[in-house]
Design a protein around this ligand. Structure first.
Ligand SMILES: [Zn+2]
Length: 211
């Protein structure tokens, strides 16, 4: 009995006094912990900014994505700061999510398509019913994101007949590329004579120049 009460008293005692200190000590200790030393001092209140995370909906070109965005919050007054880098990272994450969700072409894939056709960014825009040159350049640099409708338009240029048709409608003179060999590109080469001549040699009866 004596041992029991003594024992329990000792345990109770040793738990209570350090425990009550602990409730105060961590608060003081937190002020100098590594995570808060990394934050900036908020001079207005003397608090420090710590990293926090929030879920935000970002909208681009009629699409939207929900992403996590980090920001800084003052541990004393709650003031919030969002840096340009934090915003940009969130926007990049959102754009990547939208590309995935809608299966959109990547900047590099758009540039490759344009280069394969062999036209300038301005001409490429003309093939897409007059998209401004700056927008096309922005797609290729990843600064702008094409919406699914425009993405489908870009992909439709993979079809040689569609490409020729759009070039005619947009007033774009397509280069005489070896890749378009075998397609009926004679329809847009009124002023070029290399392709029609080849057609004449290869297949004289069907050549419009011969008729
Ligand atoms: Zn503050």
């Amino acid at each position: 009995m004596v041992v029991g009460t003594g024992h329990s008293r000792i345990i109770l005692h040793s738990h209570t006094s350090p425990g009550s200190r602990f409730t105060v000590f961590p608060l003081l200790s937190d002020m100098t912990s590594d995570s808060l030393l990394d934050g900036h001092l908020h001079r207005h209140c003397g608090g420090r900014y710590a990293r926090a995370s929030e879920s935000v909906t970002i909208r681009v070109s009629g699409m939207s994505a929900v992403v996590d965005r980090t920001f800084f919050r003052c541990d004393r007054c709650g003031d919030e700061r969002r840096t340009v880098e934090q915003r940009e990272l969130a926007e990049q994450a959102a754009v990547a999510a939208m590309r995935d969700e809608h299966g959109l072409l990547k900047p590099k894939e758009i540039r490759q398509r344009r280069e394969r056709i062999g036209v300038t960014t301005a001409q490429f825009g003309d093939l897409l019913f007059g998209v401004p040159q700056g927008i096309v350049a922005g797609w290729e640099k990843g600064r702008y994101l094409q919406n699914p409708q425009v993405d489908a338009l870009i992909r439709s240029l993979d079809d040689p007949e569609t490409l020729v048709y759009r070039a005619a409608r947009g007033g774009v003179v397509l280069p005489q590329s070896s890749e378009s060999e075998g397609t009926e590109d004679g329809t847009v080469t009124e002023d070029g004579n290399a392709a029609p001549q080849r057609l004449v040699e290869a297949n004289a009866p069907s050549s419009p120049g011969e008729a």
